[in-house]
Design a protein around this ligand. Structure first.
Ligand code: SF4
Ligand code: SF4
Ligand code: SF4
Length: 256
């Protein structure tokens, strides 16, 4: 980026709960300090200025569900030097991907009693439609990690997330191991960085940050879970944050 020119950054939502943007706002004065060094090209939760024509970095949260979402995503890609998927919805498919594995017709009639039909495509991560340069994992993202990644990108340094499992942080917190107690915890497979809040509160890790790159998640998931749980139960766990098609790439999902 040229010296003396502030980089233009956009933070954009597709279909989602916007919890990752809220996590960014939760940085409070630290976000305002960061904002002194950048030009905000679009951040609808914070301002309603017209969009900048091009972005140095765009962070995209949420799922590209509607045709408008998909067109918006492609347009953002064309106008941005770097595109970052923000959170589990954008990077993995996230919670909304659960519907890919259900009877969508039955669900539609459960939710909308009097609707004949509705456009109800499968949920896909951003990378299904466009090139994604980096991912900020989590549901929601870790705000400290976001700040670190923004600073790295602004400095022209490739963002780094340590490739260690959630177990590493769980054991630092001296938790009792839920997996050893027979609960289906995905901690050994999942990328740390969250501080292991779920096992620290007595809940198994469901993998919102996605698998550690380079592992064979199918083999490891089998080793971890299948001796005690049925495939159906394993699938239900993997569906929670959009992991099933990462673990079983042949999982039946349909194109839009
Ligand atoms: S990743 Fe989680 S917190 Fe972020 S937008 Fe999706 S559902 Fe909301
Ligand atoms: S509870 Fe889960 S995250 Fe913690 S050490 Fe055991 S398997 Fe790992
Ligand atoms: S412990 Fe697992 S499910 Fe919980 S925040 Fe961390 S990665 Fe996500």
């Amino acid at each position: 980026m040229p010296k003396n020119k502030k980089p233009t950054i956009a933070i954009v939502s597709l279909t989602c709960c916007e919890g990752c943007q809220v996590a960014i706002l939760d940085l409070g004065t630290r976000f305002l300090k960061l904002a002194e060094h950048i030009k905000i090209g679009d951040f609808a939760l914070l301002e309603d200025e017209p969009e900048a024509p091009n972005y140095d970095i765009v962070f995209v949260e949420g799922s590209p569900i509607t045709k408008e979402n998909i067109e918006r995503l492609k347009d953002l890609r064309a106008r941005s030097k770097v595109l970052v998927a923000l959170g589990a919805c954008a990077a993995l498919g996230g919670i909304a991907e659960i519907k890919n594995y259900q009877d969508k017709n039955e669900r539609m009639h459960y939710v909308y009693k009097n609707v004949e039909s509705i456009n109800n495509p499968d949920i896909k991560p951003l990378s299904y439609y466009v090139k994604v340069d980096w991912e900020v994992p989590g549901c929601p993202i870790n705000k400290e990690e976001f700040l670190k990644i923004v600073k790295q990108l602004l400095a022209g340094v490739p963002p780094t997330i340590a490739r260690r499992p959630v177990c590493y942080e769980c054991q630092i917190r001296q938790n009792k191991c839920l997996l050893q107690e027979g609960l289906p915890c995905l901690g050994p497979l999942m990328l740390a960085g969250c501080g292991a809040p779920c096992p620290s509160s007595g809940y198994p890790c469901d993998g919102c940050r996605g698998p550690i790159p380079g592992l064979d998640p199918e083999k490891l998931t089998k080793q971890l879970l299948s001796q005690k749980y049925s495939q159906e139960e394993v699938n239900l766990i993997l569906e929670r944050f959009g992991l099933q098609d990462k673990v079983y790439p042949e999982a039946p999902t349909k194109q839009l």
